[in-house]
Design a protein around this ligand. Structure first.
Ligand code: PAF
Length: 283
């Protein structure tokens, strides 16, 4: 497995793979890899001949006051984990490589509608930063297929929409969230939790599961009442809810009684750490 840091090196290597007729897969990450990321690489390896994993902590998707400076940068460990998966190539560019003219005048990709609401409302500009860097990575790698986790359900919807709207010839694959034994979704941000916060964190998925069960068993249940009850349960269990929204799984709009595919999107704080999760049901 090779690691390259510049677009120039990346293009030389990928051109040779392309000449050999190889199908190229991309797994964009911000590093600090855990089993969730490795499951994305695994999926990419099933779908492509060569897999590029990008590791780039993208400043454009962090607002002022968020955890950009503290975000864990663990390239050596990440390389070690990736080499065990059979991953082909790591692309670990510097901020200057991706934004050579700085961030201020950078052209941005804004994906209307699905970027709005939920995490988009709590983190204004976040999905513009994600959509911009992912589009840049798509142009740099020109993959046949790209793989993303379902843990950030809204992010996956944003990326699917930009790929469709911009006619990008890339198959987007979503992969189910990998969880700890107690149900907590694996996330780089779990590392910020104190021991006490870590013991409280599984409540997020527990509440999602209970709410999903009620949605499945009671077709008449009021969405607003379920959301309010879920928020209360999170508070009772020591989390500070940001939002719990029951939405249509494709449009991410507030669910309507006749909808059959529903997703519950949630974000909650433990101290200053913001955790996200979701659960989908068909009824
Ligand atoms: O999900 C992430 O890790 C990031 O948002 C992504 C897709 C790598 C873009 O920076």
């Amino acid at each position: 497995m090779r690691t390259v840091h510049t677009l120039k090196e990346l293009r030389v290597i990928l051109q040779s793979y392309r000449q050999q007729g190889k199908r190229i897969g991309l797994v964009p990450t911000m590093g600090n890899l855990h089993d969730g990321h490795l499951s994305l690489v695994q999926k990419a390896m099933e779908a492509a001949d060569v897999v590029v994993t990008s590791i780039f902590v993208n400043p454009m998707q962090f607002a002022a006051g968020e955890d950009l400076d503290n975000y864990p940068r663990t390239l050596k460990d990440d390389q070690h984990k990736l080499s065990a998966t059979g991953n082909t190539l790591v692309f670990a560019p510097s901020v200057e490589e991706i934004y050579p003219r700085g961030l201020t005048n950078q052209t941005q990709v804004v994906v209307p509608d699905v970027s709005e609401g939920h995490c988009g409302a709590s983190r204004p500009g976040h999905y513009d930063g994600v959509a911009t860097v992912v589009t840049m990575l798509f142009n740099m790698v020109q993959p046949d297929v790209a793989v993303f986790g379902e843990k950030d359900f809204q992010q996956l919807a944003v990326i699917r929409k930009l790929t469709t709207d911009l006619f990008l010839p890339i198959d987007i694959i979503g992969v189910a969230t990998v969880r700890e034994d107690d149900g907590l979704a694996k996330s780089s941000r779990n590392g910020y939790l104190s021991a006490e916060q870590r013991s409280l964190a599984p409540a997020l998925f527990r509440v999602l599961r209970d709410t999903a069960e009620q949605l499945e068993t009671d077709p008449q249940a009021s969405f607003a009442a379920l959301e309010a009850a879920a928020r209360q349960q999170l508070s009772d269990q020591g989390l500070r809810p940001d939002y719990i929204n029951i939405v249509h799984s494709q449009t991410l709009k507030a669910a309507q009684p006749q909808d059959t595919q529903l997703t519950i999107l949630a974000a909650a704080y433990l101290g200053s750490t913001r955790l996200i999760d979701n659960i989908s049901i068909t009824r």
